[in-house]
Design a protein around this ligand. Structure first.
Ligand code: NAP
Length: 280
C-alpha cells in the first residue's frame, strides 16, 4: 500500500472534509484536519487528527499551516484541497463582489495552497495533490454559472498541474462528486437570498429561481441522486491507497450519467434537458 503522509485537508468543519479526515485517520493515515474555526475540529481531534487553523483566503494562515506540517514531518505528503462553497444566482443578477470572494476560496485558495506545498514535495520527489472538483466542473446548470466557473477552473488547473509535476513524482487527482448532503445546500440557499432578488420581488428570474429551489430540494432528498459525504471520503481513501491513482474519480452514478449525457449529447440535447428540468 502506498502512503503519502501526512495528509493536510482544507475545510474540515463539516461535510466532505470532515468525513474524509475521519475516514483517513481511521485507515491509519497521519491527518492534519483544518478549519477556519479550530473549535469545530474537536470530534476529529478525538479521533486522532491533528487540528490546525486554516483560512484559504489568508496568505498568512496558509503559510503558517504548511510550515507547521513541514516542521513536524519535512513535507506535506498529500494535500486535499476541499474548502469551497457555491455562490448561486442568475448571471445577470449575481453580486460580482460575492462571486469574486467565491473565486478567492474555490480557485485562488486551492492554487496558493498547492504552490506552498510543492517545493518540499518536489525536493523529496513524492507527493499527492487531491482537488475536490465537482460534476459541476464538467456540466453546467442554470443559476449555478459562477459556481461552475470555479469548478471548471479547478479542472483546468488540475489538468495542467498533473502534467507539470509528474516528472517530480507527484500525482494530481481530481475528485468530482455529484450531489452530496452537507452544508453546501444551505449555503447555496443563503447565497441566493443574500446575493440576488430571490424573494421574487426584485428579480426578472422568479420562475427560474423557483424551479431551481424545487429541483435542488428534490434532488438532495433523492437517494438515487444524492449521497452522503462518507461516500466521497471512501473514494478518496481508495485513491490515496492506490499505487497508481486515476486522474479523475466521479462520485455517484447520477453524476456519471449526467456527465455522459453532456459529453455525448452535445449542446442541443443538454439545453433541451435543462429547459425541461427548469420549465423554460
Ligand atoms: P460544506 O459542508 O459546506 O463544507 C465546506 C467546507 O469549506 C467547510 O468546512 C467550510 O468551512 C470550508 N470553507 C469555506 N470557506 C473557507 C475558507 N475561506 N477557508 C477554509 N475553509 C473554508 O460542503 P461540502 O459539500 O462538504 O463541500 C466541500 C467541497 O465539495 C467544496 O469544494 C464543494 O464545492 C465540493 N462539492 C460539493 C458538492 C455537494 O453537493 N455538496 C458537490 C460537488 C462538489 P467553514 O465552516 O469555516 O465555512
Amino acid at each position: 500500500m502506498t502512503r503519502h503522509d501526512p495528509v493536510l485537508i482544507s475545510g474540515c468543519s463539516s461535510g466532505i472534509g470532515a468525513a474524509t479526515a475521519a475516514a483517513l485517520v481511521r485507515a491509519g493515515h497521519t491527518v492534519y484536519a483544518t478549519a477556519r474555526q479550530i473549535e469545530t475540529l474537536a470530534d476529529l481531534e478525538a479521533l486522532g487528527c491533528h487540528p490546525l487553523a486554516l483560512d484559504v483566503t489568508s496568505e498568512e494562515s496558509m503559510i503558517a499551516a504548511v510550515k507547521t506540517v513541514e516542521a513536524e514531518h519535512g513535507q506535506v505528503g498529500t494535500l486535499i484541497n476541499n474548502a469551497g462553497y457555491g455562490e448561486y444566482g442568475p448571471i445577470e443578477e449575481s453580486d460580482l463582489g460575492r462571486v469574486r470572494d467565491m473565486f478567492e476560496t474555490n480557485v485562488f485558495g486551492l492554487a496558493r495552497l498547492t504552490q506552498l506545498v510543492l517545493p518540499a514535495m518536489r525536493r523529496s520527489r513524492s507527493g499527492r495533490i487531491v482537488n475536490i472538483g465537482s460534476m459541476g466542473g464538467r456540466i453546467t446548470f442554470p443559476v449555478g454559472g459562477f459556481y461552475h466557473a470555479t469548478k471548471y477552473a479547478v479542472e483546468a488547473i488540475s489538468d495542467a498541474l498533473r502534467v507539470e509535476v509528474k516528472p517530480f513524482g507527484i500525482d494530481v487527482i481530481l475528485v468530482e462528486p455529484g450531489m452530496v448532503r452537507s452544508n453546501f445546500e444551505s449555503r447555496m440557499n443563503e447565497s441566493l437570498e443574500a446575493g440576488t432578488g430571490a424573494d421574487g420581488e426584485d428579480t426578472a428570474y422568479a420562475d427560474l429561481l423557483a424551479a431551481n429551489e424545487k429541483n435542488a430540494t428534490g434532488s438532495y432528498a433523492n437517494d438515487f441522486i444524492a449521497t452522503d459525504p462518507e461516500s466521497v471520503a471512501a473514494v478518496i481513501v481508495k485513491a490515496l491507497d492506490s499505487a497508481r491513482p486515476r486522474s479523475r474519480y466521479v462520485v455517484t452514478s447520477a453524476a456519471k450519467v449526467m456527465i455522459n449525457l453532456r459529453r455525448f449529447g452535445g449542446d442541443r440535447v443538454w439545453d433541451r434537458a435543462m429547459r425541461k428540468q427548469f420549465g423554460l
